[in-house]
Ligand binder design. Structure first.
Ligand SMILES: [Zn+2]
Length: 76
């Protein structure tokens, strides 16, 4: 199971403390400090098409939808 789905497992096993403790001990995904999975879109949470320029931290799709709201202007 990937880091993405860890919250789903927590939801399922949260009611069973002993099983949850065992799961965390053996299967908890590593907390990342750098790399592909750290940079996530602030709107939709995807790691793909990330734009970090100007401190945006959003993906290209969300940028396209929200560019005018963020103050960007198309000049052509
Ligand atoms: Zn996005």
């Amino acid at each position: 199971m990937t880091a993405k789905n860890f919250s789903k497992v927590q939801k399922q096993l949260g009611a069973k403390p002993a099983k949850w403790a065992k799961y965390v001990k053996h299967n908890k995904p590593k907390e990342r400090e750098f790399g592909y999975g750290v940079k996530r879109c602030e709107f939709c949470g995807t790691t793909r098409g990330h734009i970090g320029k100007y401190g945006l931290n959003i993906c290209r799709r969300c940028f396209r939808l929200n560019a005018t709201k963020l103050g960007f202007k198309k000049l052509n």
